[in-house]
Design a protein. Structure first.
Length: 257
């Protein structure tokens, strides 16, 4: 029987690319979206084209009070669509970025980051844990902004939450190890997606600077990171847990003259 993944924020970018990379490995998925059902339906179609199955489900990761209802919806879907009682992989990916200097960061923005990027993955994982198979795997999508290689002005609150999620990843790995569940963080570098209101399309001049500083000499694409996440979830990584793996093509590792 096919493995089943739940991917949050799968209507766009890295989450969508992860669904497709997993489909290429024969993994089915439940794909969550928040505002963009139209986009998630395109991802469902792309997964089907690759011979796997995907079911969309709405989830606002900022509303932790909804997570037990979400779990009930997942349990019902597993029975209805797969005749299963558990799923195998969880990808905590949903997120957003709104650059703001330290001085300009409002309490509202800070709390919004906290709800979506840290509290959401914490309590969503807690809610879903009883339905995650023993021997399963979790990837928390963090960011290389937690390392010097990805630091930049305007990211202090965002990166603080991603740093919290990186630490949480190690604690999850420790506490879930008894059930054989692996937990790793994948930390993307600059990746062309819709993040930050389509910033990579709007500010092409910023891309050249990133390319010049990247060892592999180009901007990351969503499918580069999706492939990393699918690999880390797979059995090839069966002896790796509690780690933070940067997927950036070597950010700040370029030889510059
Ligand atoms: N792109 C980069 O350069 C980069 C670098 C480092 C880390 N990351 C991380 O990678 C992850 C994916 O980002 P992306 O670049 O793929 O961005 P994206 O293209 O903007 O996609 C973001 C996804 O998250 C969902 N989402 C946003 N807020 C949500 C909420 N409150 N509840 C549920 N879903 C929500 C969106 O759903 P709807 O559109 O349906 O609302 C969408 O599916 C994020 O955690 C981000 O921080 C990205």
């Amino acid at each position: 029987m096919s493995k089943i993944a739940i991917i949050t924020g799968a209507s766009s970018g890295i989450g969508a690319a992860t669904a497709i990379a997993l489909a290429e490995r024969g993994v089915d998925s439940i794909l969550t979206f928040n505002n963009h059902e139209d986009r998630v339906l395109d991802v469902v179609a792309a997964v089907k084209e690759r011979g796997a199955k995907a079911i969309p489900l709405r989830l606002d990761v900022s509303v932790s009070a909804s997570f037990l209802t979400f779990r009930d919806e997942v349990i019902a879907l597993l029975v209805q669509e797969w005749k299963a009682t558990a799923f195998d992989y969880l990808v905590n990916n949903a997120g957003f970025l709104q650059m703001a200097s330290f001085e300009d960061t409002t309490v509202e923005l800070f709390e919004s980051y906290q709800r979506v990027l840290l509290k959401g993955p914490f309590f969503l994982t807690q809610a879903l844990l009883p339905v995650l198979s023993d021997g399963g795997a979790i990837v928390n999508v963090t960011s290389n902004s937690v390392y010097q290689s990805g630091m930049g002005p305007g990211g202090s609150a965002y990166a603080s939450m991603k740093g919290g999620l990186t630490t949480l990843t190690r604690y999850m790995a420790m506490e879930f190890g008894g059930r054989g569940i692996r937990v790793n963080a994948v930390a993307p570098g600059a990746t062309r997606t819709r993040i930050a209101d389509d910033a990579y399309d709007k500010y092409p001049q910023a891309i050249q600077r990133i390319v010049d500083n990247t060892a592999l000499g180009r901007l990351g694409e969503a499918n580069d990171v999706g492939a990393t996440i699918a690999a880390v979830l797979s059995d090839d990584f069966r002896w790796v847990t509690g780690q933070s793996i940067e997927s950036s093509g070597g950010a700040k590792l370029a030889i510059t003259n």
